[in-house]
Design a protein around this ligand. Sequence first.
Ligand code: PEP
Ligand code: CO
Length: 458
Amino acid sequence: MEKASGFGHPGGVSDAWTPDSWRDHPADQQPDWPDLSLLEQSLKTLANLPPLVFAGEARSLRSALGSVAAGEAFLLQAGDCAESFHDFSADSIRDKLRVILQMAVVLTYGAGVPVVKLGRIAGQFAKPRSSPYEIVDGVELPSFRGHVVNDDAPTPEARVPDPGRLLTAYHQSASTLNLLRAFTKGGFADLSQVHVWNQQFVADSPGGRDYEALAAEIERALRFMRACGVDLAGAALHQVDFWTSHEALILGYEEAMTRRDSLTGDWYDTSAHLLWVGERTRRLDGAHIEFLSGVSNPIGAKIGPSAEPETVVELCDRLDPGRDPGRLTLITRMGAGKVAAKLPVLLRAVRDSGHPVVWACDPMHGNTFVGAGGRKTRHFDHVVAEIREFFAVCREEGVWPGGVHVELTGDHVTECLGGTDEILENDLDLRYTTTCDPRLNGRQSLDLAFQVADLLRH
Ligand code: PEP
Ligand code: CO
């Protein structure tokens, strides 16, 4: 296959783009696979396996995100920081889905805007790391890079990258997606189930009680409409559109999952509906941007506090040369207290460049710190503060605050501080189970949804 860089073409996607043209660009954060023939075998097998999502679904998400870009809908992107090969059960998938459904109902009913539901799920297995090595209990080990690469156990053997994991990640993604499809289309996500989504430990909290009241109102409204003779049989009340996303980090995996759509002839990365590029891998001359520039999925890009307006506009030119609403979502992760200084200039530059992007706020990754006991954590108040700052700045600039991007679990974990439960540093050890970053638990997630609904209403 002819390979050319494609870099520097003014129109963005160059004619020379191919699923493997990223290989001619510097690729950050790629594992040092010890056995290249085994890697090749795994990638070959992957390339022959069925796609996980269809191009038409990715196009539907792109059109839904187009409504967000137009200020007519809100994006809720949520899920694990890193999915785990060890914690993989129907219950954990169900509980994650139901907290996302609860949040979406709070946002839709509470604020009156349609919510685009996008999971960090069914493929979120790869993690960028700030250093190739980490110290665990005084021992230096190769960093854990997500279960698609190596294992988190603190031994040198566990940390060796294993290409067989690429296939395990595919199969776990397929099973997860299968269950999500069943739940969202098969009755579990039916609006008549709003009460059932409230797990016991959530229902007992103040947010859970507010949610019960809201669910009762929805049920009353449904009864009212039925009594008036409104036909409620359509899919809108009984099924949910739920999409998947992950960071497109391990480019061999993404390349192997990239297929040409038979309907349009366009290339799609069929490993998820939306792929995003992380803060650490979005250099303009890099392999990740080259790869994502050529697939037709909706794309996300993380934008941290060091991003310059010119760079962000160039990123838009590379990823959204056609200025298509829904193609590009910029996910800002500045840190509470930094938004007012960093974001307005970016909002203006992108607006002036004519790229109709979705602006979403990730209030998690700029607010991580290591607590006194050595646990990585985040404070609920900082998370809320960054979202408030995001809304305020967007409104000042006349830009639609299009969404939030959060790390959460349905479980009753103690990973993030604060919230109505007032989780304290001493509590972190109680139920700290994340494989990577600290997640909001079910109660904190629901509380957050009520606060965001409030912001959307006012
Ligand atoms: C993430 O979303 O898990 C992540 C690593 O984010 P960022 O690239 O913004 O640091
Ligand atoms: Co994370």
